[in-house]
Design a protein around this ligand. Structure first.
Ligand code: ATP
Length: 259
């Protein structure tokens, strides 16, 4: 692997953002960047603070699933203070930022699988975990956790070999994690700041979803729903047309989707 461990200055120097990535805290190894981001947020870290790790030893996905994040991955979390109305849009901000930057930095095409997996040629290249602390009607903080398979080869990891891909695998060469991370922070800030201006972020996210129009199965605990993923609402939920014609609304966050 050519790239050295990244320092906060490598990321922040001349970064074209107003607040995201102005402060970066970098670790060689962490259990989970989201856990440290949450504890920094509780201690009053300023909005836009980024927690970065060269590897995670206990990375988590949604529904407490394990997220594999060895050296060569990108593992970072961004602390934000959204309004309650903006909270559901963070999955859109995060998945679009990743999709834009994979395309910009590597030239590879991406697809978004509802609600927020970023795929390359149908295989998972990125996982996103949004966690937040909501008190009454106020959001204390939200944390966007992003894991991207950059310079690792999924074939080396039997648990994900069949379902995952990485940028290095698709390109046949390594790419700069520094460049990817700096792109992500700029894009995430642009998209986040666009939220109050209308529904452009929602529309782009909706239009990029590969899930719409497809037969899917949604699994929530012991219950599963089958049908056609007809559309999405601007709070991020999925509208599923069941075989009996009923349209049901499934909230992102507590379900797993198979297509
Ligand atoms: P799914 O992708 O199965 O629909 P999900 O979107 O809820 O579920 P996430 O929370 O995004 O899943 O990620 C956890 C899942 O991703 C794990 O169950 C595992 O199968 C898979 N996984 C773990 N590490 C990686 C990785 N580095 N690359 C790709 N997939 C991974």
């Amino acid at each position: 692997m050519v790239e050295e461990n990244l320092s906060p200055a490598d990321i922040s120097r001349n970064l074209k953002t107003d607040f995201i990535g102005k402060k970066v805290i970098a670790y060689p190894s962490l259990s989970s960047t989201n856990d440290i981001a949450k504890s920094e947020a509780k201690k009053g870290a300023r909005e836009g603070t980024v927690i970065l790790a060269e590897e995670q030893t206990a990375g988590r996905g949604r529904l407490k699933r394990a997220w594999l994040s060895p050296k060569g991955s990108i593992a970072l979390s961004i602390i934000l203070h959204p309004t309650p109305a903006q909270l559901p849009s963070l999955i859109m901000v995060a998945s679009l930022a990743v999709a834009h930057c994979i395309e910009k930095v590597s030239g590879l095409e991406t697809q978004i699988k509802w609600p927020n997996d970023v795929l390359i040629k149908g295989k998972k290249a990125c996982g996103i975990l949004i966690e937040s602390d909501v008190r009454g009607s106020a959001v204390d903080y939200a944390v966007i956790g992003i894991g991207i398979n950059v310079n690792l080869l999924p074939a080396d990891f039997p648990e994900i070999a069949a379902t995952a891909t990485s940028l290095a695998q698709e390109l046949g060469r390594e790419i700069s994690r520094r460049e990817m991370i700096r792109c992500l922070l700029v894009e995430a800030e642009k998209l986040y700041l666009a939220l109050p201006e209308g529904d452009s972020v929602f529309r782009e996210w909706r239009d990029r979803l590969v899930t719409l129009g497809k037969e899917v199965e949604l699994i929530s605990g012991k219950t599963s729903y089958k049908g056609v993923a007809e559309s999405v609402a601007n709070d991020g939920s999925l509208l599923l047309r069941q075989p009996d014609g009923n349209l049901i609304k499934i909230v992102a966050g507590d379900v797993s989707l198979r297509q």
